[in-house]
Design a protein around this ligand. Structure first.
Ligand code: 5GP
Length: 223
């Protein structure tokens, strides 16, 4: 009997300017796709009301974060709005090796560093319908001072300029529809030829024979 090798899970990386609705969209995806795991990042920013340790983030001090950087614990990390954010290697390895698809919510700096290291994942960027609408949504949240809103808007504009870094770009008009589109992207990615593992053992054997033939050294015509 042949044991089918476990396919590693796919990391899906999602970014969006602050106020675009990413948290709402990810909340919908959580309900829609119960098998999808969420990467919990480490951060030095204070916990917001309603957030939970180990669910939304692992909340640590600046000193602890800097120690983790020194220990090379992070796959990537970034400093944004004066706070550190980072994804630990152990979180990613734990999930993908078990074959779980994983959702990572990263800012553009994190994506730049993953692209630089040629990290294999699917990168998705969510745009707001317009800059005007982004400002309206940030004002409506009412959680930040006007100065902080202005800062987030400026960061958002810079982030929008980086969207060619991503594999997919979509505009969030209605969160439910955006989540549906992301779910269908996630579904389609499973059928990429390079990731595909046939379920039938005879087709798998055929493919392995082809691979072995391609890998063996060419026979010399003169020998
Ligand atoms: P917030 O403070 O609103 O939760 O997050 C601020 C920004 O940091 C968001 O764009 C969020 O996606 C990003 N972020 C959260 N976790 C990480 C992480 O581990 N790495 C990076 N690079 N960005 C992160």
């Amino acid at each position: 009997m042949t044991t089918k090798a476990l396919k590693p899970g796919i990391p899906f990386i999602i970014s969006a300017p602050s106020g675009t609705g990413k948290t709402t969209i990810c909340g919908i995806l959580r309900k829609k796709l119960p098998g999808l795991q969420f990467s919990v990042s480490h951060t030095t920013r204070p916990k917001r009301e309603g957030e939970q340790e180990g669910v939304d983030y692992f909340y640590i001090s600046n000193e602890e974060f800097e120690q983790k950087i020194e220990n090379a614990d992070f796959l990537e990390w970034a400093k944004t709005h004066n706070n550190y954010y980072g994804t630990s290697f152990s979180t990613i390895i734990e999930h993908t090796q078990k074959g779980h698809d994983l959702l990572l919510e990263l800012d553009v700096q994190g994506v730049e560093s993953l692209r630089d290291s040629n990290y294999k994942g699917v990168f998705i960027f969510i745009l707001p319908p317009s800059l005007e609408e982004l400002k309206r949504r940030l004002d409506f949240r009412g959680t930040e001072s006007p100065e902080k809103i202005a800062m987030r808007l400026e960061t958002g504009k810079k982030e929008i300029l980086s969207y060619p870094l991503y594999d997919y770009v979509l505009t969030n008009h209605i969160a439910e529809e955006t989540a549906d589109t992301i779910a269908s992207i996630m579904h389609s990615e499973k059928f990429r030829a390079e990731l595909y593992t046939p379920s039938s053992s005879d087709i798998q054997t055929l493919l392995n024979q082809k691979k072995d033939a391609t890998c063996s050294p060419p026979s010399s015509k003169n020998s």
